[in-house]
Design a protein around this ligand. Structure first.
Ligand code: C2E
Ligand code: MG
Ligand code: MG
Length: 715
């Protein structure tokens, strides 16, 4: 354009037209400047990616619009100016003698020049503005480029058909593929087949709705392993709103996923055996319950497996060995379960991988979910098979360990609301199996449930009763058959609950199992020792009065038992040889070494020791002489029948003979008739206790009995 202007200007290099020629030359210069200014504003070819994708299209569209407007306007002005000059030069009335014409032309050209000058200034201003915007965009592009090239996240740009346009270098770092390799392969092929459909759907949705969503999927690493990616797609639209590209930001969350999975695993699995824990097991049982509700012919069973006497392993071989044994049990159960599976299902409806149904509930307790068990017999057979497998000796630290297990079975029924109910019932059945001799299995029935509920209530009430001081001591006299006077008392607990008197036969076993027996008997011992001191000082009889107290299995297993009793004796100032501790035959005849050691500790206190309910348990008579005992109490069953039943009489006679030969005293429990007393005296029994003399009574009534007894003796 400037060249053209200069050419036009060159034609006016005559004298009169000098001024006009100068003006035109100026005009040409202005246009040169204008053109120079406009040149950088002409639309540039698009840079290669990356651009500042999200906002750049709008800004560059604005810039381009402005540039085209300026450019078009400049061309229009130039054309108009050129046309005017051409017209004036070639077609106008421009005789050299017409000065008005030249004056007019000069004015016109000056006006035009001023206008162009103004326009030029405006253009310069616009240009500067555009330059600034463009510079900012370039800087932002650079920044974005820097970010994408160095980002740990993988950034990809794909066109609307899914073709890759750009992949950031992070792809190489995370997935091992170079940009060239990525261009060759299809991104879809690298996605895990199970995730592919989901990704395609999400991509399709992003394309049609323009809304990118976040999703997780697995992509193959170049080395063949799978990486988990978290991906977000954002659309880029064209000027007319059409989706042009998708920007996809992929984050490698493989490690996070792994950590999450590990956490989830440890939350649902037992750390020692890696078997599912109670939470996961309950979840599986819940699913089985739901399935049973949908399909009436689907039945299942929950087996609660508890290792018998596991404590002995821990105590004798140490906790490390105990853990090792548990791991081995878990392993054997897992293997055993596979075989059991077929045993449990007489007819397989829908086989399930039952190894999944095995769990460790804690300690030495395992549980098994047996699916598709047609009836409880199938479950019993499965349980017996497991028990058989467990009886094969384990090798723990090169030492053979033999164990047995008690198994409780709860069979699915419509009455179950939740998994915990089934587990509870299976556990109750397991306790029944333990109580009835261990190494057995029991199927839960509803009576177990009601008795368990009763028992639970009793336990709660007893705990409360103990706190409120509802437990009191009753005393039953023990009579010397030689002179008929009271030789001592047996202290027996009574529970005056708000609902009435509760029999010790009901609450003593509960107290023993829950451990409540310990505080209970501590209180009983303290009170009865104080009472004994009082009676001894009041009646001063010789030999001194004694008090007998019962020791339960739980107490007997207390390592501190002897120390505690010793402390009570010191505290109350009672003579140890006036205290008689009664241990049942079953406790005494349990673990011989252990029993002997506890009995020796107790004997070292100087107290008397009795074997209670003698004749009912399984006594090893050969052991009796080794035990430091003083008295045998013949069980009341034999006394009750001795006058009517020859065998009972013989047993009583033999026990008395045995006691005499061992130098032990005999107490006949449950003496109710004079005939019994006569016969007992004839056989040489020294002491008797029973309703004939008095039932257990409270301290005041016992004092009255004592008073009468001593009055009788002295009178
Ligand atoms: P045990 O030690 O054999 O106590 C004797 C039981 O025989 C008492 O029952 C007593 O009331 C009952 N008895 C006494 N004479 C007769 C009789 O002529 N005929 C009949 N049929 N029964 C008679 P009780 O008081 O119900 O106690 C039952 C068992 O509970 C006791 O048996 C004892 O083993 C245990 N026990 C009671 N109180 C305590 C306690 O405070 N601590 C502990 N550890 N055990 C206790
Ligand atoms: Mg007793
Ligand atoms: Mg007894």
């Amino acid at each position: 354009m400037c060249v053209f202007c200069r050419a036009v200007a060159g034609q006016y290099s005559f004298d009169e037209g000098n001024q006009s020629a100068n003006d035109l030359c100026n005009l040409a210069l202005i246009f040169s400047g204008l053109e120079l200014c406009l040149y950088p504003m002409a639309p540039q070819p698009q840079d290669s990616m990356p651009r500042s994708w999200k906002k750049a299209p709008l800004r560059s569209r604005q810039i381009e619009g402005r540039e085209w407007w300026l450019w078009g306007f400049a061309v229009a002005v130039t054309l108009a100016l050129t046309a005017g000059i051409v017209f004036l030069t070639f077609f106008g009335d421009h005789t050299e003698t017409n000065p008005t014409y030249w004056t007019y032309l000069r004015e016109w050209v000056r006006g035009l020049a001023a206008f162009v000058l103004l326009f030029d200034v405006y253009t310069m201003y616009q240009h500067l503005q555009l330059q600034r915007v463009r510079q900012r965009l370039a800087e932002r592009d650079e920044l974005f480029q820097l970010i994408t090239e160095n980002a740990a996240d993988m950034i990809a740009v794909v066109d609307s058909s899914g073709r890759r346009l750009y992949n950031s270098p992070a792809y190489q770092k995370v997935l091992g593929y170079s940009t060239e390799e990525l261009q060759v392969g299809s991104s879809i092929d690298q996605i895990h087949s199970s995730d592919r459909e989901r990704v395609l759907q999400a991509a399709q949705k992003a394309r049609t709705t323009g809304e990118g969503q976040s999703l997780e999927y697995r992509m193959r690493h170049k080395d063949g392993s799978w990486r988990t990616l978290e991906s977000t797609a954002s659309p880029i639209r064209s000027v007319d709103g059409e989706l042009e590209k998708l920007v996809i930001v992929n984050r490698d969350i493989t490690e996070r996923k792994r950590a999450e999975e590990m956490l989830a695993h440890s939350g649902l699995h037992d750390a020692l055996t890696d078997l599912p824990n109670r939470v996961l097991f309950a979840d599986r049982v819940q699913h089985a319950l739901m399935r049973a509700r949908r399909h009436s012919d689907y039945k299942f069973a929950v087996l609660f497996i508890d290792v018998d006497e596991f404590k002995v392993v821990n105590d004798s071989l140490g906790h490390g060995a105990g853990d090792e044994l548990l791991v081995q049990i878990a392993r054997r159960l897992t293997v055993g379960v596979r075989d059991t599976d077929t045993v449990a299902r007489s007819v397989v409806v829908d086989p399930q991988p039952t190894e999944d149904g095995l769990a460790r509930l804690g300690g030495d307790e395992f549980a098994l979910l047996l699916e598709d068990v047609l009836n409880p017999i199938g479950a019993i057979r499965a349980a017996q098979r497991i028990q058989e497998k467990l009886t094969v000796p384990f090798d723990v630290g090169r030492q053979p360990v033999v164990i047995t297990a008690s198994i409780g079975i709860a069979y699915s029924s419509n009455s179950y609301d939740g998994a915990e109910d089934l587990l509870r019932d299976a556990e109750l059945a397991m306790y029944r199996a333990k109580r009835t001799g261990k190494a057995r299995c029991e199927v839960f029935d509803s009576t177990m449930h009601s008795s368990a509920v009763r028992r639970l209530k009793l336990e709660t009430d007893l705990r409360r009763g103990l706190e409120r001081g509802e437990l009191i001591v009753y005393y039953q006299p023990i009579i010397s058959l030689r002179d008929g006077r009271i030789a001592g008392f047996e202290a027996l607990s009574r529970w005056q609950s708000p609902e009435g008197m509760v029999s010790p036969a009901d609450f003593i076993p509960v107290a023993d199992e829950t451990g409540l027996i310990l505080p209970m008997n501590r209180a009983l011992m303290l009170e009865s020792c104080q009472q004994l001191r009082l009676w001894q000082s009041q009646f001063g009889c010789s030999p001194p009065l004694t008090i007998s107290m019962n020791i339960t299995p739980k107490q007997f297993a207390q390592p501190e038992l002897a120390k505690e009793i010793g402390a009570t004796l010191v505290r109350t100032g009672v003579q140890p040889n006036t205290i008689n501790l009664e241990i049942t035959e079953t406790i005494a005849m349990g673990d011989a070494d252990c029993a002997l050691s506890v009995l020796s500790d107790l004997k070292a206190l100087g107290v008397l020791l009795s074997i209670d309910d003698f004749g009912t348990g399984y006594s090893s008579l050969s052991r009796l002489p080794r035990f430091p005992i003083d008295i045998l109490k013949i069980d009341r069953v034999f006394i009750a029948n001795m006058t009517v039943d020859h065998d009972s009489h013989e047993i009583v006679r033999l026990i008395i003979m045995l006691a005499h030969s061992l130098g032990l005293k005999i107490v006949a429990e449950g003496t109710e008739t004079e005939d019994q007393v006569t016969e007992l005296k004839r056989l040489g029994c020294q002491l008797a206790q029973g309703y004939l003399y008095s039932p257990p009574v409270d301290a005041r009534a016992a004092s009255a009995l004592l008073l009468r007894s001593y009055e009788k003796v002295t009178s």
